[in-house]
Design a protein around this ligand. Structure first.
Ligand code: ATP
Ligand code: MG
Length: 744
C-alpha cells in the first residue's frame, strides 16, 4: 500500500513519505547526513495529526539541542494546527519538566536548583579533601568526568566499587565510589540536582513510581527521537521506559554522525534498535538534498575509511557545483586571513554573511579567525565558548536568585556572601559551615543563628540572613525581571561594580542585559516565576539561540557564524569553512590514545563536511601557536585520505598541486617556506609612501591587472594589504606599498 495522501507527503520523496506515513509501533529511520531525516520526522508529526487524528498533546519529540527543538517547533507551527500542544524539547528539559511535576515522589524537595559544571566542581572540591586514596594533586575535573560518565551509564557508587574500571580514570575504586557518595549527599543536602540527574532521576522516578510513568505516557503516546545515534545509556533507558506501554517510538539517526562518545553516547543504541524492537519497521533514505555532489563525494570518501560501520547509500540530488578548496596557510593568522578573504569574496558574489559558517575542532581556534574577520570588517557571532551565562556577574546574580528560592543552596551562598564584602570573614564562614554540617542545617540557617555560633561579627551574618529573607519574599512576589532589578540594587552589587571603573561598567551592562533577557522571557512565558527562569538559564546549551543572542549582544543579524563541529550537528549553511585540518587538532591529540578515537574524529569531520550546501573550504596551517609557542604543524591524515576530492589553492584561489606536508618538510618560518613565502620575508627597503588607506568597495586600477574592486583591507602603514577583485585576473592580495594602485 502506498502512502496515504494528506498533501504533506507529496513534499517528500517516496522513502521519506513511507517513513512519515508510519502510524503505530516502533520504527527506525536510518540514513546519512542531509537525507531529510529531521524533515521526515517533522512531516510525520504533522501527518499524524492531520491524517491519523492524533492530538498534538499526545506527541513528544526529543532533539539534541535547544536550538534544534526551537527550530522544530517553528517548522511544526507552519504545518500543524494546535502545534502549541506539541511537546518538543531536549532530553534535559524534558527531565526538568517531569521532575518539577513529580520529583516529590522520589524525595526531591520543591524548588530544587540545577547545578551546572562549575557548581559541581565547587562541591567536588569541598568533599574530595579527606577521601582516602585521593591525593591533593587529583584534579577535581577528572572526578567530575568520572561522575558524569557514571551517570550517563546509570552507574551508582556501588557499581564503581564493584568494578567498572574504565570509568574511574585510574583512581582506586573505593576512592572513586566514596567521593561519588559524598558528592551525592552534599548535593542532596543543598536541595540541588546536577545535569546528569535530570535524566537519571527521571529514570529512577519512572522505575519506582509506575503511576507517574503512566501519567507521563498519556502525554507521550507518540514518541520521536532525533539524532538517536548520540543517546547515552541513561537517555536510552528513559526512552525505553516511556515507550514501554504504547510502543509508538520512532527514532532517526545516522551512526556515521555519532560524535559524543566522550560524554557517554553509545552508538550501539541505534545499531541494536532492531534487537530491542524485533517488529520495528526500518526506513532508509538514500538521497542527499543538502550538499553539492562534490561536497557529498568528499564526505562519502572520508567516511568509507571507517572500518566499524554500517554500509549506507547516499546519492546526490544536486549537481557537482564548485570544487572543494583546500588551502595551506603559513600560520594561524594567514589561515584566518584566507577565510576572511573568501568570506568577502562570497559576499561579493551575493551570499549573505549569515549563510556562511566557520567550523573548528576546539573553541580556542576561534580567536585568530575572529581577529582576521574583524580586520576585514566582517561581523561574526560565536556560538559556544565562554558564554553570557558563564560570566562572573551573571553567575553571581543568578546565585542570589537561587538562594532566594532555595535557602539550602550553600553553593550559591558561598559564592555571594562576600560579593559585595559584608565583613564576614573566612574563619566565620568556616565556623558557620561546621555548625551547619553537625546540625544538619543549611548555611543560611547558621547565619540566622550566628549569635549562638560566633564570638565576633555575628551581627553581620544575621543581617545577611535577614537580607536574604527579604529576597525570598521578593522572589515570590515579583516577576523575574523585577526581581532581578531589585536584587541587583538591594544586594549592593551595583555599587560594587560602579567602583570598578571601566571593567565594572561592562559588567553593569551585562546585568542590564540579564534583566532584558528575563523580561523578554516573561513575555513568552506568561506567569513564569524566577524559579522557572533559572531552570531555563541552567539549561541553555551552547548552541542555544537565546544564549547566542546574549553573547553576541550588538552583533548585526547578518554575520558569519563561528562554532565547533560538535555544535554544528544537524545544521546547514550554503558556505562552510573547516579550519585547522592538522594532526593534533583534527584528529585531536587526545583521540590518538583512545580506542576508536580516530574513527570518532573521522565521524566528526564527516559531520563538519556535510554541513555545507554549496561551497566548502578546508584549511590547515604550517605553523600553529599552541600554549604560547609556535610549532610546525603537519597536515591531517584525513587530507591524504581525501586526496583527489579537493583542489589545493593558493591564497588567491589559484589551483596548485597537493603535496602532503609533514613535519619533515618543515622549515622555520622567516627563512621562507618552500610554498608561500611568509609576508615577513619581504624586505622593506623603500620609504613609507604616505597615507594609503583603502576601503572595501572602492574601485582601483592596477598597472597590469587593470580595473578592480577592493574587497578587504588588512594591516596598517607599510604592511597594509588589500584584496582586490580584478575583472581580468580574479582575486589578488597586494601589499599597498608596492602595488602602484590608483583610485578610479
Ligand atoms: P543531518 O543528518 O545533518 O541531521 P538530515 O538527514 O536531518 O541531516 P534534513 O536537515 O532533514 O536532513 O534535510 C537536509 C536538507 O534537505 C534540508 O534543507 C531539507 O529541507 C532538504 N530536504 C530534505 N528532503 C527534501 C525533499 N524531499 N525535498 C526538498 N528538500 C528536502
Ligand atoms: Mg537532522
Amino acid at each position: 500500500a502506498g502512502p496515504s495522501d494528506s498533501g504533506l507527503l507529496s513534499q517528500l520523496n517516496p522513502n521519506q513519505a513511507a517513513a512519515a506515513d508510519h502510524f503505530t509501533g516502533p520504527a527506525l529511520v536510518i540514513a546519512g547526513a542531509g537525507s531529510g531525516k529531521t524533515r521526515t520526522l517533522i512531516y510525520r508529526i504533522a501527518h499524524l495529526t492531520q491524517h491519523y487524528g492524533v492530538q498534538p498533546d499526545q506527541v513528544l519529540a526529543v532533539t539534541f539541542t535547544n536550538k534544534a527543538a526551537a527550530e522544530m517547533r517553528e517548522r511544526a507551527s507552519h504545518l500543524i494546527k494546535g502545534a502549541n500542544g506539541l511537546w518538543m524539547s531536549t532530553f534535559h528539559s524534558a527531565g526538568v519538566r517531569i521532575l518539577r511535576a513529580y520529583g516529590e515522589y522520589i524525595g526531591l524537595k520543591r524548588g530544587f536548583v540545577i547545578y551546572d559544571d562549575d557548581d559541581q566542581l565547587d562541591i567536588i572540591k569541598e568533599v574530595m579533601g579527606n577521601v582516602p586514596g585521593i591525593g591533593p594533586d587529583t584534579n577535581p575535573r577528572v572526578i567530575r568526568g568520572i561522575l558524569d560518565r557514571s551517570k550517563s551509564n546509570l552507574l551508582t557508587p556501588a557499581d564503581l566499587e564493584r568494578g567498572a574500571e574504565r570509568y574511574i580514570s585510574g583512581l582506586p575504586r573505593e576512592a572513586a565510589a566514596e567521593v561519588f557518595r559524598r558528592y551525592e549527599a552534599r548535593k542532596k543536602a543543598q536541595n540541588a540536582i546536577d545535569f546528569g540527574d535530570l535524566i537519571t532521576e527521571t529514570v529512577r522516578l519512572f522505575q519506582e513510581v509506575p503511576g507517574v510513568l503512566s501519567r507521563v505516557q498519556d502525554r507521550a503516546v507518540f514518541i520521536h527521537v532525533d539524532e538517536y545515534q548520540d543517546t547515552n545509556k541513561a537517555q536510552y533507558e528513559l526512552t525505553r521506559l516511556l515507550a514501554s506501554r504504547d510502543r509508538n517510538l520512532l527514532v532517526v539517526g545516522d551512526p556515521d554522525q555519532s560524535i559524543y562518545k566522550f560524554r557517554g553516547a553509545d552508538i550501539q543504541n541505534i545499531l541494536d534498535f532492531q534487537k530491542d524492537y524485533p517488529d520495528a519497521k526500518v526506513y532508509r533514505l538514500e538521497h542527499n538534498y543538502r550538499s553539492s555532489a562534490s561536497v557529498l563525494d568528499l564526505a562519502n570518501k572520508l567516511i568509507e575509511k571507517n572500518t566499524e560501520r554500517l554500509e549506507k547509500t547516499l546519492l546526490p540530488i544536486k549537481e557537482r557545483g564548485h570544487a572543494v578548496y583546500f588551502h595551506r596557510a603559513n600560520d594561524h593568522r594567514a589561515e584566518g586571513d584566507f577565510v576572511a578573504e573568501w568570506v568577502t569574496r562570497m559576499h561579493h558574489e551575493g551570499k549573505k554573511f549569515s549563510e556562511m559558517a566557520v567550523l573548528y575542532r576546539t573553541n580556542a581556534q576561534s580567536r585568530s579567525i575572529e581577529e582576521s574577520l574583524r580586520r576585514g570588517g566582517i561581523a561574526a557571532k560565536i556560538v559556544g565558548g565562554v558564554g553570557f551565562y558563564d560570566r562572573r556577574e551573571i553567575r553571581d546574580m543568578l546565585s542570589y536568585a537561587r538562594l532566594s528560592i532555595n535557602p539550602s543552596d550553600d553553593v550559591a551562598l558561598r559564592r555571594i556572601i562576600g560579593r559585595p564584602k559584608r565583613g564576614i570573614g573566612d574563619t566565620a564562614i568556616q565556623k558557620l559551615s561546621e555548625w551547619a554540617r553537625i546540625n544538619n542545617m543549611s548555611l543560611l540557617s547558621a547565619c540566622a543563628r550566628a549569635e549562638e555560633i560566633l564570638d565576633r561579627g555575628a551581627q553581620k551574618a544575621v543581617e545577611f540572613a535577614s537580607l536574604m529573607e527579604a529576597f525570598a519574599t521578593a522572589a515570590e512576589n515579583y516577576t523575574p525581571g523585577s526581581f532581578l532589578r531589585f536584587a541587583i540594587e538591594s544586594s549592593g552589587y551595583l555599587d560594587l561594580l560602579r567602583q570598578e571603573g571601566q571593567e565594572g561598567a561592562v559588567r553593569v551592562e551585562n546585568l542590564e542585559e540579564l534583566v532584558n533577557a528575563a523580561e523578554e522571557w516573561q513575555q513568552e512565558h506568561e506567569g513564569g516565576t524566577i524559579a522557572d527562569f533559572l531552570d531555563e538559564a541552567a539549561l541553555l546549551s551552547s548552541v542555544d539561540d537565546a544564549r547566542t543572542r546574549r553573547e553576541n549582544n550588538g552583533v548585526p543579524e547578518d554575520s558569519v557564524t563561528l562554532m565547533t563541529m560538535h555544535n554544528a550537528k544537524g545544521l546547514e549553511f550554503p558556505v562552510v569553512f573547516i579550519v585547522g585540518a592538522e594532526e593534533g587538532l583534527l584528529p585531536s591529540k587526545n583521540s590518538l590514545n583512545e580506542p576508536g578515537g580516530i574513527e570518532e574524529e573521522r565521524r566528526l569531520f564527516y559531520v563538519g563536511i556535510t554541513r555545507a550546501m554549496e561551497r566548502l573550504f578546508l584549511t590547515a596551517a604550517q605553523n600553529r601557536m599552541q600554549y604560547g609557542k609556535t610549532n610546525a604543524a603537519e597536515d591531517s591524515r584525513f587530507l591524504e585520505e581525501l586526496m583527489g576530492g579537493f583542489e589545493t589553492v593558493d591564497q588567491y584561489g589559484q589551483v596548485q598541486e597537493y603535496r602532503q606536508k609533514t613535519w619533515r618538510d618543515f622549515r622555520p618560518s622567516g627563512s621562507g617556506g618552500s610554498h608561500t613565502p611568509a609576508p615577513s620575508a619581504v624586505k622593506h627597503t623603500s620609504p613609507l609612501t604616505g597615507e594609503l588607506s583603502y576601503r572595501g568597495g572602492e574601485k582601483v586600477r592596477h598597472p597590469k591587472f587593470g580595473e578592480g574592486q577592493v574587497l578587504a583591507v588588512s594591516g596598517v602603514g607599510d604592511k597594509q594589504e588589500v584584496s582586490v577583485h580584478f575583472a581580468s585576473a580574479g582575486l589578488k592580495k597586494l601589499l599597498v606599498k608596492f602595488a602602484n594602485l590608483t583610485r578610479v
